[in-house]
Design a protein around this ligand. Structure first.
Ligand code: ZN
Length: 369
């Protein structure tokens, strides 16, 4: 079914997932015309944050109706355009993994003048733009640090709606603050190259979202580490499921683009119903999810959807003659990569799903034995 371009009714929930190949953004309708945006990527055509563009397309005023923006972790495929979102969505708080907005990180950024960010990584630039915007508007209160157990909202009106964080764990936060402290610039070095700790995926905020009887687990890029105190393991060793009374979810935004490192057996037995609907965005630079990843997820799911074919970014092989002629014509040739995949799921009051996809989405049937 094609994507619906009317805004959902007040009592209909929505989870829309966007992924252009490299990049991820999730847009939630939490009822009553209120919206929540998780991560950000740009529309390849307009270069606008895809969340703003989509909400505009369906007639939602993002400047008043978006109540929260969450950056699940600080990697460039999840944050492009986040500063624009923050500026535009004036009613929204910006939620952020606790480790990365610790005092140390803010001090570090405030040490630097704007221009030193010019030639740094994209994710550092985006970070600097957000922090500088908040300093400029003296609006630090819009920044809300988050770790596991954080409740974003918990409305128990006619349709109960709740969003809670199931990571990062206390230990992951402590570890990453310790790492930030090591990043102090050396004397004479004016560049801030590495404000994002390498372990950002340990600090990723995975979420549990409930709308009426329906629940979804949104795994962000949270990875398993082999350490019981961080990553997916910490959710089980810290007893988060019982503590937060989390119902098993019937939809899973598979973590870390379907990679093996994002997998943990207990996710499938303790956080999800048997054979849930699974979906993810690809990370085409690393060919994620791989064919093996897809097979594993098919076995565990009723159906597995990816916003784009992870193989679609590969160069087409041409014979050498054609290749030489082409090279003569164009000096620099880029593979065409301007397709945004979109999975739109609307949730009825009774928890029934209406699943719609655009032409870039690939669907794999479940192969449950
Ligand atoms: Zn990612």
């Amino acid at each position: 079914m094609p994507i619906e371009y009317d805004a959902p009714d007040n009592h209909i929930g929505e989870i829309s997932i966007f992924g252009p190949g490299i990049g991820e953004c999730i847009v939630l309708h939490i009822g009553q015309g209120r919206w929540f945006v998780i991560d950000s990527c740009l529309c390849p055509k307009t270069k606008q944050p895809i969340a703003l563009q989509y909400l505009k397309d369906i007639g939602v005023d993002a400047s008043t109706q978006v109540v929260g923006i969450l950056i699940s972790h600080w990697h460039s495929d999840h944050i492009q355009g986040a500063s624009l979102l923050l500026e535009f969505c004036q009613n929204a708080k910006l939620f952020h993994s606790l480790a990365l907005i610790s005092k140390e990180a803010l001090c570090l950024v405030s040490l630097y003048k704007k221009d030193v960010f010019a030639d740094t990584d994209k994710d550092v630039r985006e970070f600097s733009e957000i922090v500088q915007y908040l300093f400029k508007t003296k609006d630090r209160n819009r920044l809300v640090p988050v770790k596991s157990r954080h409740t974003f909202f918990d409305n128990r009106n006619d349709i109960p709606v709740r969003l809670v964080a199931v990571s990062p764990s206390d230990v992951a936060v402590t570890q990453s603050i310790a790492k930030l402290a090591e990043l102090k610039p050396k004397q004479g070095d004016s560049r801030l190259r590495n404000v994002v700790p390498e372990s950002a995926n340990l600090n990723a905020i995975a979420l549990h979202f409930s709308f009426g009887n329906f629940s979804a687990l949104l795994g962000s890029d949270l990875e398993e580490t082999g350490n019981s105190q961080t990553g997916w393991s910490a959710i089980f060793s810290d007893n988060i499921i019982n503590e937060l009374s989390l119902p098993s979810a019937s939809l899973f935004k598979v973590s870390h683009h379907g990679s093996d490192t994002g997998h943990h057996d207990r996710i499938w037995t303790e956080l999800l119903v048997k054979n849930p609907l699974s979906l993810t965005t690809p990370f085409t630079r690393c060919n994620l999810p791989t064919a093996d990843n897809i097979m594993r997820l098919q076995k565990l799911s009723s159906e597995f959807l990816i916003t784009r074919d992870p193989r679609s970014n590969k160069r087409v092989k041409r014979d050498s003659m054609v290749e030489r002629e082409l090279r003569a014509i164009v000096k620099e040739r880029k593979t065409i990569n301007d397709k945004m995949g979109h999975i739109q799921i609307r949730i009825s009051e009774k928890g029934l799903l209406d699943i719609r996809t655009n032409e870039n989405v690939v669907r794999f049937p479940g192969t449950v034995e």
